[in-house]
Ligand binder design. Structure first.
Ligand SMILES: [Zn+2]
Length: 430
């Protein structure tokens, strides 16, 4: 792609507004208005399409280094671009764990080489995710990867003293600790949500209180320290109530919810299909309603995919042996639109899937407009399109989507990263 290539996006609705034209040049949105013309620009007929700020994912598992059979930085980046994303935060539970400047720089460099989305590594809080010693948080923050979010995701930072020290440490450079809230002593052997369905199926339960107890503790620690806390994949109605209380107290806490926790419930386990095994587990219909309401009223700040690719042998086996996790990048926007477009509108979706996550992650080039003078990180979606999820056609190296065969609304038609298309006509450009 030659430097300075220009694109004239004609007749597009910017975040649901009246049709207009966007001129993209030199990596930025150069002009917006009816009847913009630009000699030499490639014209894209976008009538009927909606332009959103490029989506930003706070919670992506790219599996590289270590499990390149499940995903690589490149394949995950391609899945992200096809899902409308221009930036993803890559979780630290790789092999080796991203707990040093060396590993986070490796992931960051692989993201730059793939060039499909901005890959922002998340650093581990503790060495090897072991929960015993703080990792080199400062060295990761000072590295070329400029890490700002730290998380032991997959594991909880269960030791309250260690959690306190981590919050104190990152406060110095406005970092944030993203907690996977799961009191491990309450979830030993857990296979699914603890409730009526688990009792009926005879599976060991993962009680809501295991999540809620950690969130309650951590918002109090964040208040005590005066540091920023982010809560990963909130999944229960009780967690929403604790977050609501914390926000009323002006505690610096943000929270995310996954698309699958906005749509699917624990009765999916009844077929023993491990594609529905995820951590935290699918909850009840009452939890789903509370999570939806919380995303609409802002108690939950953002949607994050928790995209968790797994190789076939780790997923297509008995439920008890299957790894928890689901694919998410290529379906997230469709699921959120399906669940909540009427309540959120396009503005609300742009806020919760792009602007807010960009702010939480400290990505100033993302989560804007699209508007003149801003980097052209944007996605064009067809709100009228419908598509059927075919696991074999996804760009991810893995196949563990819970939505296979489902018809979903909205297709991503094009995605631009700093003015260059990563997706055109619904297909990855390279
Ligand atoms: Zn997690």
């Amino acid at each position: 792609m030659s430097a300075g290539a220009a694109y004239l996006i004609k007749g597009v609705s910017v975040v649901g507004g009246e049709p207009t034209d966007l001129l993209v040049r030199d990596g930025a949105v150069a002009e917006e208005g009816r009847g913009v013309s630009a000699a030499g620009a490639t014209v894209i007929d976008a009538s009927g399409l909606i332009a959103l700020p490029g989506l930003v994912d706070l919670h992506t598992h790219l599996r590289e280094p270590g499990r390149e059979d499940a995903e690589t930085v490149e394949s995950g980046s391609r899945a992200a671009a096809l899902g409308g994303y221009t930036a993803v935060c890559a979780m630290a539970n790789t092999s080796p764990v991203a707990d040093t400047a060396g590993v986070v720089e490796q992931v960051w460099r692989l993201g730059r080489e793939a060039g499909l989305v901005d890959v922002r590594p998340i650093g581990a809080v503790t060495v090897g995710l072991g929960g015993e010693r703080l990792a080199e948080l400062g060295a990761m923050a000072d590295s070329a990867a400029r890490v700002r979010i730290f998380s032991d995701d997959g594991s909880c930072v269960a030791d309250p003293r260690l959690m306190r020290r981590a919050l104190e440490y990152v406060k110095a450079f406005d970092g944030v600790i993203a907690q996977h809230a799961e009191e491990p002593r309450l979830t030993e052997g857990a296979q699914m949500h603890e409730g009526v369905a688990s009792a009926r199926l005879g599976m060991a339960g993962w009680p809501a209180v295991a999540e809620e107890a950690i969130i309650a503790r951590d918002v109090l620690l964040a208040e005590h320290v005066g540091a920023r806390l982010h809560v990963c994949h909130v999944s229960t109605a009780g967690s929403v109530e604790i977050l609501r209380w914390a926000k009323l107290r002006r505690i610096a806490v943000t929270a995310e919810v996954t698309p699958h926790h906005l749509l699917l419930t624990d009765d999916r386990a009844s077929g023993y299909d491990p594609v529905f095994k995820v951590n935290p587990p699918l909850r009840t219909a009452a939890d789903v309603s509370a999570l939806r309401a919380a995303l609409v009223d802002g108690v939950i700040d953002a949607v994050a995919t928790d995209h968790a690719p797994h190789a076939v042998q780790d997923k297509e086996c008995e439920w008890a042996y299957a790894r928890p996790g689901m694919l998410g990048l290529e379906t997230a926007l469709s699921i959120v639109v399906d669940a909540l477009l009427d309540e959120l509108g396009w503005e609300g979706i742009a806020e919760r899937m792009s602007r807010t996550p960009a702010r939480v992650a400290g990505l100033p080039g993302h989560g804007h407009g699209p508007a003149p003078g801003r980097p052209a990180n944007l996605t064009l979606v067809d709100p009228a399109a419908r598509w059927t999820v075919d696991a074999g056609l996804l760009a991810s190296r893995s196949r563990n989507t819970p939505y296979a065969g489902m018809e979903l609304p909205v297709r991503v038609i094009a995605t631009f990263l700093r003015g260059e298309p990563t997706v055109l006509d619904g297909k990855a450009v390279h």
